[in-house]
Structures are given as structure tokens and as C-alpha cells.
Design a protein around this ligand. Structure first.
Ligand SMILES: C[C@H](O)[C@H](O)[C@H]1CNC2=NC(N)=NC(=O)C2=N1
Length: 96
């Protein structure tokens, strides 16, 4: 069962992501990062790879793409905040 991150688990899961450029969204329990690529094709290719993982894990990003830029927001709608699934998907996005 997915649940919101507890105070004890937030640091260990989120601090490495903050170091990688993720930030908490103002006024929301969600994390966001804007990725820049060399081209639209690179951006869309990365989105396609990320989408396959999102679908596999049944956990989907809020995101938008403008040319070579992709802005991603991750939160778990079912629990109204950040869960371990958001950290897992963010780590995957970092590795793609
Ligand atoms: C029924 C289905 O499993 C749920 O609605 C899933 C789908 N993808 C999801 N994605 C995200 N980001 N949060 C969710 O709570 C969520 N729930």
C-alpha cells in the first residue's frame, strides 16, 4: 500500500533528489525538475523511455514539453502527497 512519506523517510529518499536538482513545488506536496536536452527528439525520446517505466509501475508524471525542455512534477494523487513511488520514478528519470 502506497502512503505519504513520513518525516523519517523524507530526508533519506528526497535529499539525493534535491542534490540532483529536484525541488519541492510551492504550496504542494510534490517535487519538480526541468530537464533540458539538445533537441526535441532527445526530449521526446527521454519522455518515451520514462513513460514506459511510469506505465509499468502504474505511476504517472504530470509533465509538459516545450521543444528541448521537459518539466516534470511528481506526486501521488491517491494519497495527496509525495510517496516512495515518486522518489522511485524520479530516480529512474535521473538514470535514463
Ligand atoms: C487506479 C490507478 O492505479 C491509480 O489511479 C494510479 C495511476 N497513476 C498514478 N499516478 C500518480 N502520480 N499518482 C497516483 O496516485 C496514481 N494512481
Amino acid at each position: 500500500m502506497t502512503e505519504k512519506l513520513s518525516d523519517a523517510t523524507r530526508g533519506p529518499l528526497l535529499d539525493p533528489l534535491f542534490s540532483a536538482g529536484w525541488q519541492v513545488v510551492d504550496g504542494r506536496d510534490a517535487i519538480t525538475k526541468t530537464y533540458k536536452f539538445d533537441s526535441f527528439v532527445d526530449a521526446f525520446g527521454w519522455m518515451t523511455r520514462a513513460a514506459i517505466w511510469a506505465e509499468k509501475w502504474d505511476h504517472h508524471p504530470e509533465w509538459s514539453n516545450v521543444y528541448n525542455s521537459v518539466t516534470v512534477t511528481l506526486t501521488t494523487h491517491d494519497v495527496g502527497g509525495i510517496s516512495a513511488l515518486d522518489a522511485k520514478l524520479a530516480r529512474k528519470m535521473e538514470s535514463l
